[in-house]
Design a protein. Sequence first.
Length: 200
Amino acid sequence: MKKNIVLHQYKITKADRRKKHGHHSFMIFFTGLSGSGKSTIANALEQKLHELSIHTYSLDGDNIRSGINQDLSFSPEDRSENIRRIGEIGKLFVDAGLVVLAAFVAPYEKDRNHIRNIVGVDTFIEVFVNTSLAVCEARDVKGLYKKARRGEIKNMTGISAPYEIPSRPDVVVTEKNTVAEAVEMIYQKIQPILKLKTNE
């Protein structure tokens, strides 16, 4: 089948779209346990960027699984496929000239490395929301940990399935950081990357 696929070359490029928007495009990938605060921080950061006229789009685990990835389970194989699809979707948004904020548990290092390679190592910022299991379980905003402890949920990351700590995150925030502090830490990291060079 692949031999019959010919990519169409469009005249409007990623560089054109970036120039139109006035900033670089890349993915900010938030990883951490369920309840760590990934989506909360991503949402707050997007609000800040929006106020600065940065063109953004957010991809969130539950939202994606209710649509394009609703056919996937939480088995290791389907988790990997979930992240692969997110990588391909994110790559399209980066090509469109947007800053993509993606919040996913993404428990396996190999899958996070894979999405980094799909999106592009120069356009991928990994944020590790390093909130302890004890704090995540105490929050239990979705009631998932209680269900997992009762055996009602299988392959629950942190309980019956592993979470592999990122080996080289670009930013690490913890439960000791407020949301505002976390947003500022990430913003300080991406601020230089947002700027287009004069010759672009």
